[in-house]
Design a binder for this molecule. Structure first.
Ligand SMILES: Nc1ncnc2c1ncn2[C@@H]1O[C@H](COP(=O)(O)OP(=O)(O)OP(=O)(O)O)[C@@H](O)[C@H]1O
Ligand SMILES: [Mg+2]
Length: 612
């Protein structure tokens, strides 16, 4: 998944987000740099102080002046550090928020197939942890990295002016550090990527098990869930330990080497001073400068680690952002004046990412206002076929048209106003019943809301504690399955679509309620084209016509009774749908099932034809 890119290539991608706040970041940088320069100036005053008082002819007053200057510089340094924070905190949070919002927007746009592939926790950690980290890096890590580098360069330059011999000793210590930091960078990049990915997977696991808590509890699998979570958490811990170890090792090296240089430099410096080649003031100033330089070098391990983690965060962010959205509005969408709602599949073919061809050469004509039921054995691709209409997936061959216009030529906005859907596995959001029902048409009136609830036989909503303003728990888990389905159905109805796509939306209702819903639906949706997957013969019987999906294609279209009379596979499917009175023939089919039943069915058909 992870493509290798260089640090700069990755970080450069932040530029568009960062450019608006660049002036403030630069000001923060300047403040921080000035603070460092002030810190570097203090040893210079120290030099004047020492040389001015220790050597013969020195003036005692210099002490007071120099002390006052040092104090002033100290205050200035503290002030500049505060100023840096002031400059960067606010703009960095705004970048974080903007990036988060654009990520969220992209996630909304991305096709369903993307979300099938990606764990929710990965997306969660990318939109929360990674961006949070990026903000901290922009406001602190990046600035300090630049300032530290400059401070070290300037400091070493200053050290050279004071004593080139001593400065060379320090430079000698820098060479192994540079060498080591290259190695560190390579190894640390790898573990930090691993740890961020593992954290994302862990979040997916938490999300999934919280989501599925009822199932886990009901099947007594909580312990196993805990164990496998523990394992995953342990893996992450190991990665974190490796990370910390590498960083500690690096910090040790970058702390130790300057200290060694300091010790060596002290011996050489005293010798030089004893020989009169170096003033005592310069010696003191040199070591004071060395101390100022060494401090940021010790931090460099942390700063480098932060920079690498930030790079990984950027990479992970853009992995999602770079995923093209294969289902998007055309450049010049068709704008039909009136949509009548004639839906036609012509030679439509479709397969999921795994390569298999699920649907092939599907031809189906649904007249405006007609209710067409779709029937087929489980797993035959009914749900997949329905999802082609609102373009949750796109056909791979052929086309789906509405009033002769390819659905791919509508703007997605328009298409999803024309088409409304209700699925069997309903998703409700943790807000009020009203918000859930009016999701597709937020500006509809209360009357429309009430009618939709009424048609969907969801009158129970009115007697909830706060009526339609009652908040329903996350994903509607505070409602019964049938209640949820009816809310979802009301949502589809309230959108007043021209084309209604219902994927077995009544499966959780009892037969009587279902019948009432059907009756009201027919009334209200008299001129709404409806494509409905039905798992009950009673639902099927209410449709104007029925289409039979078999072996990935539509093999028969007709009224329920026509198909019942003339199609053995249809009889087989209907018989397996529900426990309505069966004749011997269909019972036999049920026992045989599958291919065998198909063959038998075809044979019976042929025999029937021959007889006629
Ligand atoms: N997102 C997906 N990615 C890959 N394969 C999928 C996906 N969704 C469904 N499938 C596969 O496609 C086939 C058809 O699934 P589909 O949901 O369309 O069947 P169905 O006719 O609606 O069945 P049911 O009556 O049980 O709802 C199944 O074999 C299923 O495993
Ligand atoms: Mg289905």
């Amino acid at each position: 998944m992870a493509k290798q890119t260089s640090f700069l290539t990755s970080i450069k991608r932040l530029y568009p987000h960062v450019s608006p706040i660049l002036p403030r970041l630069v000001m923060g940088l300047v403040s921080a740099l000035m603070a460092s320069i002030v810190a570097l100036a203090i040893p210079q005053v120290l030099k004047v102080l020492v040389n001015g008082t220790l050597y013969p002819g020195g003036d005692a007053n210099t002490v007071w002046v120099a002390a006052a200057v040092i104090l002033a510089l100290g205050v200035a340094e503290a002030g500049l550090v505060a100023l840096r924070r002031q400059f960067v905190i606010n703009p960095a949070t705004s970048v974080e928020t903007k990036m988060r919002v654009s990520l969220y927007g992209h996630l909304q746009d991305l096709a369903v197939s993307f979300h099938d592939r990606w764990g929710s926790g990965q997306l969660l950690s990318r939109s929360m942890t990674d961006l949070n980290f990026l903000r901290r890096w922009m406001a602190f890590g990046a600035i300090m990295l630049v300032v530290t580098t400059l401070t070290v360069l300037i400091g070493v330059g200053v050290m050279f002016t004071m004593s080139w011999q001593l400065a060379l000793i320090f430079l000698g210590a820098a060479i192994p550090i540079m060498f080591y930091s290259f190695r560190f960078r390579r190894r640390f990049s790898r573990v930090t990527r691993l740890s961020q990915d593992q954290a994302g997977d862990l979040a997916t696991t938490v999300e999934e098990s919280v989501h599925g808590i009822r199932v886990l509890k009901a099947f007594g699998r909580s312990r196993e869930a805990l164990e496998s979570f523990n394992e995953q958490a342990e893996e992450l811990r190991q990665t974190e330990i490796t990370k910390a170890r590498q960083q500690a090792m690096f910090t040790m090296v970058v702390t130790l080497l300057p200290e060694l240089a300091l010790g060596l430099g002290l011996v050489v410096g005293i010798l030089l001073a004893a020989n009169g080649e170096l003033s005592i003031g310069s010696l003191v100033a040199f070591f004071a400068t060395a101390a100022v330089v060494a401090a940021p070098v010790e931090f460099s391990g942390m700063l480098l680690a932060m920079a690498l983690t930030a790079k990984t965060a950027v990479d992970r962010h853009f992995e999602v952002m770079d995923t093209p959205n294969d289902i998007s509005s055309p450049a010049e969408p068709a704008r039909p004046a009136v949509v009548r709602g004639a839906v036609r599949f012509s030679g439509a073919g479709f397969g999921f990412d795994d390569g298999g061809r699920l649907l092939r050469d599907v031809n189906l004509d649904i007249r405006p206002g007609e209710t067409m039921a779709l029937v087929g054995v489980t797993g035959s691709g009914k749900s997949a076929l329905l999802q082609l209409v609102p373009r949750l997936f796109d056909v791979t061959t052929g086309s789906v048209t509405i009033d002769g216009v390819d659905v791919r030529n509508f703007s997605l906005e328009e298409l999803r106003t024309v088409v409304a859907v209700a699925f069997e596995d309903t998703t409700l959001f943790s807000s009020s019943v009203r918000d859930n029902v009016l999701l597709g048409a937020p500006d509809r009136s209360d009357a429309a809301l009430e009618e939709a609830l009424d048609v969907a036989q969801a009158q129970f909503a009115f007697s909830l504690p706060d009526g339609v303003d009652t908040l329903i728990g996350e994903e509607g888990l505070s409602l019964s399955g049938g209640q949820r389905q009816r809310i979802a159905l009301a949502r589809a109805i309230a959108a007043k679509p021209r084309v209604l796509v219902l994927d077995d939306p009544l499966s959780a209702l009892d037969v009587n309620t279902e019948e009432r819903v059907e009756a009201r639906l027919r009334e209200v949706l008299r001129d709404t084209t409806t494509l409905i997957v039905a798992h009950r013969p009673s639902t099927v019987a209410l449709a104007d016509r029925v289409a039979l999906l078999q072996n990935g294609t539509i093999t028969a279209v007709g009224t329920h009774s026509e198909l019942l009379a003339g199609n053995a596979h249809y009889r087989y499917v209907i018989a397996s749908l529900d426990t309505e009175p069966k004749d011997l023939d269909t019972e036999l089919h049920e026992e045989l099932e599958g291919e065998l039943a198909n063959e038998l069915g075809n044979a019976l058909d042929d025999a029937g034809k021959a007889a006629r």
